[in-house]
Design a protein around this ligand. Sequence first.
Ligand SMILES: Cc1cc2nc3c(=O)[nH]c(=O)nc-3n(C[C@H](O)[C@H](O)[C@H](O)COP(=O)(O)OP(=O)(O)OC[C@H]3O[C@@H](n4cnc5c(N)ncnc54)[C@H](O)[C@@H]3O)c2cc1C
Length: 393
Amino acid sequence: MRTQVGIVGAGPAGLVLAHLLHLRGIDSVVLERQTREHVERRIRAGVLEHGTVDLLRDVGLAGRLLRERMVHHGIELLFDGTGHRIPLTDLAGREITIYGQHELVKDLVAARLGTGRPLLFQAPAVALDGLDDAPTIRFVQDGRPRELRCDVVVGCDGYHGVSRTAVADHAVTRYQREYPYAWLGVLAQAPPSSEELIYAYHDRGFALHSMRSPQITRLYLQVRPDEPVTDWPDERIWAELRRRLARDDPGWRLADGPILEKSVTTMRSVVVEPMRHGRLFLAGDAAHIVPATGAKGLNLAVADVAVLADALGAWAAGDTSGLDAYSARCLSRVWRVQHFSWWMTSMLHRAQDGDPFTHRLQLAQLRYLTGSRAAATSLAENYVGLPLTGGRT
Ligand SMILES: Cc1cc2nc3c(=O)[nH]c(=O)nc-3n(C[C@H](O)[C@H](O)[C@H](O)COP(=O)(O)OP(=O)(O)OC[C@H]3O[C@@H](n4cnc5c(N)ncnc54)[C@H](O)[C@@H]3O)c2cc1C
């Protein structure tokens, strides 16, 4: 097999890139390790920045999203038993969209298949060769080894993929921070108890009340990274959520219901520099991981491939300057977003040892944020997302 751009991974990064290249008349093949059903059911992110939605709409990928999404104009910070609304749209001029990542992936898979261009499921890449001048992706299909020769390879295969590990250790600088806590994430058949997201800072640990639709709630609890999910039967989860989301308003009640899914996700920040190695380009979680508190992982993946699609469009016309600038352009946004995600995470999670000094700093920061329009504007601007550049033809 031969193509212009070999894309490893059919998550948001790989599928959006494939579509943007299609619009530019550039051939690509997408290789995905999992089945279609698996990628379409994987419950992950749900907050889309304004710029992400604008791009998806402008390139024809947002038909169902625009019909079914929930638009939010604010978030709530809850601490000391009192909720404080941060009016995102008033402060930053833009809103956010709630739409499950798995729903977006369904739309992206359908769009790709609609173009008639290749998207191979159950086709894991196992090695990348010839990255300096003549790349080949070695992959497996129907139990048989196969090769995909390409002009360029894009590694969109997430944190556990093969693309990043194809680069020699000495050619990569890895920046990393592990957090001493994790998130127990729960998907529940229960209507949201609030119209907007609630970020709760509590003595017992962080909690987040989010949603995926008018019938489905997405909830998170700060837990220890080594805590098995079996330690959390449903009744314990609801009791803990009720405690951490409690407020002085006697009329407020957390709606509960059957828990459809639960899992523990560790929190880490990772950046791999550079994001280009010869003819290999890394995008999305393959190049960086952000702790989920800032709701940025999916958005950052889309931002990367918007830059890359423009660069590949210019490259197809003989101009390689965009590809040369790719890594630096993306990393500038990646580090801004890393800072925001680290800052939100550090402010909202209870220190493992309950350190009282840290606790008072966190409360001071939360009071400042909810008492100062300037401080709240900074949060709002980062939360709704910086303007997205590139991606349109
Ligand atoms: C468990 C989990 C929960 C998350 N929850 C949230 C959240 O609540 N809020 C939030 O904002 N963000 C969340 N995120 C982050 C967000 O979902 C990611 O940032 C986003 O999915 C990044 O998209 P991506 O396309 O770069 O990578 P991915 O979505 O990881 O896609 C990578 C794709 O590559 C495929 N792949 C891997 N290896 C190979 C191979 N060798 N060959 C072929 N294909 C391969 C994978 O199967 C996958 O389909 C979560 C992430 C995870 C892992």
